[in-house]
Write a protein of this length. Structure first.
Length: 755
């Protein structure tokens, strides 16, 4: 496993091979020879959807068009010229190949009128295609061609989910607006169960206490640590006590979640003896000492070279400083033990599913290897693969489901973690996540079959014998679930690039943001409809709950309040939220460290924005370029003769900065203080720099202040890889002040004045 400091390295293998998958031509699970009666409907589908995709492109929504083009090729015409050209394919002989010089656009146009006009076209298109598929299904059924009749009835439901005749012909039932058979309805039911459990448990207080209990293994190495105890766990570490308490609480919630969601399911929990002592160490050298001392000798070199979290005989130990990584690992440890799977792919997929249900993102991956030869990498795929949020994973799973199969589930289940082919990460998570919702027993059957089998055929045979259904059927269902834009998928996984995320003032907010970037010497960013989905949802939460606006509340969501959700709570922690006029934003955003990080970040290419009037929400995380090299910057920076370009404000209100700074001052007996010095910042842009120091001097004296590593959950003052120096008092005005930054690999000195 790796953490964000090595996320890029851990995903390099996945990155290059997934580009190769994207380069393959989309196709169905099995080659199907259409019946003669189907020709007209297939031509109609390609023509109508092709026209809609072309209109979406023209209106400035290429992401929406991309999904439709993929559907055309997968369902109607593999050789449809317009779709092939739009997606960047060229024909070589009889095969389609990706042209590496054609980059599909990844930015939309925030034009609400154009979005509304485009969306108004969809009902007529959907109605026409639903009728054509339904009528064809009737015709095929009368001709005794029941399989193809059922297929077209299901296609009719894709466009008209409640059509009564299509429901009858497809053999599906309608429940809560979702049409499905027994498996689909099980997915719906278990999804609701999981969502309700997460929402309730996330808001539920958990009893934890600080204890004098020490871990002898740490004491023997001279590692100072604190201990927190909960009902089932001891959590040890050198992190702040509040982080250790929260880690214990999340571990307990994970225990309760697994117990509820899998209650009565045969085979759960697994046979693994659960680990009840968790160790989190900020110091990498101390973590390595623990591994050398307590890991089996044959595993030490591998662990030190490849992972930052290790399962030792009596405890799990991780090198983790960022709270979100600590909480991920705490829940992941519980899920791993509860699952108890032998297959690396199933184990990782199961852990991803449980962690993702709580936090909407996964920060930890098993080790993988891959060759980079003969692959094509585009900027679009690269930046997606560098991001751990589940919304991005869902987009990748949908695209993967449209591709010709390159990896079977049978092979996936037998792979060792160090031998993962690079598409296995998304396939492993998305398949296991679907099985957890459909029937978790299937994972037990697959795991047992893979443990005994010598080859893929034996895995498939063993599974079919024990589960009573072909493994290929599950694989086809998984692929179909992700590929079809149905109410069921929307319920489970959300929508992709919805046009109603285009707000009337998004363009104005984007222009203001880009003007700030230009003033700081940066490049403008684009806008994405899909990235704006989470923004819209949090906007609606803040709109419905006016009492939740302001620095103390706007970066979370409270369970039980209107429009609150688990995913919304996770997104809100890193969102840029503004509840004042756009003109005030221009004047104040560089004052707020978290907002400043977004304005300065040269790796940011696309943002999500949803705004109306004085309320706006930005997503400044998913649109990063995914560059693997470490970029650093300080602010203010020296631009000429070691001096800053312009004076900075002397102070900033603590109330504007919010609760993280208020808590910092309270610990220093400054709880009633109204202002601090205008913040100085060091930006690592997601890179976790091991050592950062800042010394500030004025008129020969060192300035008192607080250097804070920013990994909190308040977007105003936090951003990945950022450090902030808060002067304890407002800066003296009109005199030179020198800030000397040093960090692993660099340094920067700047002289500035306060006005």
């Amino acid at each position: 496993m790796t953490d964000p400091r090595s996320l890029a390295r851990a995903l390099v293998a996945f990155l290059f091979a997934f580009a190769a998958i994207i380069a393959a031509a989309p196709g169905q699970e099995k080659p199907v020879v259409p019946e003669p009666e189907e020709a007209a409907t297939l031509q109609l589908g390609a023509r109508e959807l092709g026209a809609f995709a072309a209109a979406a492109t023209k209106a400035g929504f290429p992401a929406r068009a991309r999904m439709v083009w993929l559907e055309v090729l997968a369902e109607y015409d593999r050789d449809f010229a317009d779709a092939r050209a739009a997606l960047g394919y060229v024909k070589v002989g009889t095969a389609w190949q990706r042209d590496p010089n054609v980059l599909y656009p990844d930015q939309d146009t925030p034009n609400a009128a154009a979005a509304k006009a485009l969306e108004s076209r969809w009902p007529a298109t959907a109605q026409k295609l639903a009728a054509a598929h339904r009528d064809l299904a009737v015709q095929l059924q009368a001709a005794g061609k029941s399989d193809r009749a059922r297929h077209h009835a299901q296609r009719a439901l894709r466009f008209a989910p409640t059509d009564a005749k299509a429901l009858t012909l497809s053999g599906r039932t309608l429940r809560d607006g979702v049409a499905g058979d027994e498996v689909d309805l099980a997915v719906l039911q278990r999804t609701h169960t999981m969502q309700l459990a997460v929402e309730r448990l996330s808001a539920q207080p958990v009893a934890t206490k600080t204890t004098g209990d020490k871990l002898q293994a740490l004491d023997a190495l001279g590692i100072a640590h604190q201990t927190v105890q909960s009902e089932h766990f001891f959590v040890h570490g050198d992190l702040e006590l509040e982080v250790l308490h929260a880690a214990a609480a999340w571990a307990e919630r994970a225990v309760a979640f697994c117990g509820e969601v899998f209650a009565g399911v045969p085979g759960y929990p697994g046979n693994t003896k659960p680990v009840r002592r968790l160790v989190f160490l900020d110091d990498n050298a101390q973590w390595r000492d623990v591994v050398r001392k307590h890991a089996p000798p044959r595993e030490v070199d591998f662990l030190l070279a490849n992972v930052l979290s290790a399962r030792l005989p009596e405890f799990e130990v991780a090198n983790a400083a960022a709270p979100d990584l600590v909480y991920d690992l705490a829940v992941r440890c519980v899920a791993k033990d509860f699952g108890g799977f032998q297959s690396d792919a199933i184990e990782e997929g199961f852990s991803h599913t449980v962690v993702g249900a709580f936090f909407g993102k996964n920060l930890v991956f098993v080790v993988g290897q891959a060759s980079e030869e003969g692959t094509v990498v585009t900027a679009r795929e690269q930046k997606k693969l560098m991001l751990p949020d589940l919304e991005t994973w869902r987009e990748l799973a949908i695209e993967l489901a449209f591709q010709d199969p390159k990896l079977t589930v049978a092979r996936l289940a037998r792979l060792d973690a160090a031998e993962f082919p690079n598409d296995a990460r998304i396939m492993g998570w998305s398949f296991v996540d679907w099985c957890v919702r459909a029937d978790p027993v299937w994972l037990r059957r697959l795991d047992a079959a893979a443990a005994k089998a010598r080859d893929e055929a034996a895995v498939a045979g063993g599974f079919a014998e024990s589960a009573g259904r072909p493994l290929a059927e599950l694989e086809q269902r998984w692929r179909r679930f992700w590929r079809d834009d149905t109410p069921l998928r929307r319920t489970v996984a959300g929508r992709v690039a919805p046009l109603d995320t285009t707000s009337k003032d998004a363009a104005a907010w984007l222009a203001a943001f880009n003007q700030l970037r230009a003033d700081c010497g940066g490049k403008p960013v684009g806008w994405s409809a899909s990235q704006s989905l989470a923004c819209k949802e949090h906007f609606e939460y803040l709109k419905a709950n006016r009492d939740q606006r302001g620095a103390a509340a706007e970066h979370t969501q409270v369970a039980g309040k209107p429009n609150a959700s688990s995913d919304g709570r996770t997104f809100a922690a890193t969102a840029v939220v503004w509840t004042r006029d756009v003109k005030q934003a221009v004047g104040l955003w560089l004052t707020l460290p978290g907002f400043r990080d977004a304005v300065l970040n040269a790796n940011l290419e696309t943002v999500g924005v949803y705004g109306e009037g004085p309320l706006a929400v930005f997503d400044v995380q998913r649109g990063r370029s995914g560059k693997r090299e470490v970029a650093t910057q300080v602010w203010p920076e020296a631009v000429a003769n070691g001096k800053a370009k312009a004076p900075v404000p002397a102070g900033v209100d603590v109330e504007l900065l919010g609760p993280e700074v208020q808590a910092l001052l309270a610990k220093d007996a400054r709880g009633k203080q109204k202002q601090v010095g205008w913040p100085l910042t060091f930006h690592g842009y997601t890179a976790q720099i091991p050592h950062v120091a800042c010394k500030v001097e004025c008129q020969g004296k060192e300035v008192a202040g607080f250097l804070v590593r920013s990994h909190g959950s308040i977007g105003r003052t936090s951003a990945p890889g950022m450090w902030v120096f808060y002067a304890a008092e407002p800066w003296p005005k009109g005199v030179p002040i020198t800030a000397k930054w040093e960090w692993t690999g660099g340094n920067h000195t700047v002289v500035f004045e306060a006005m």
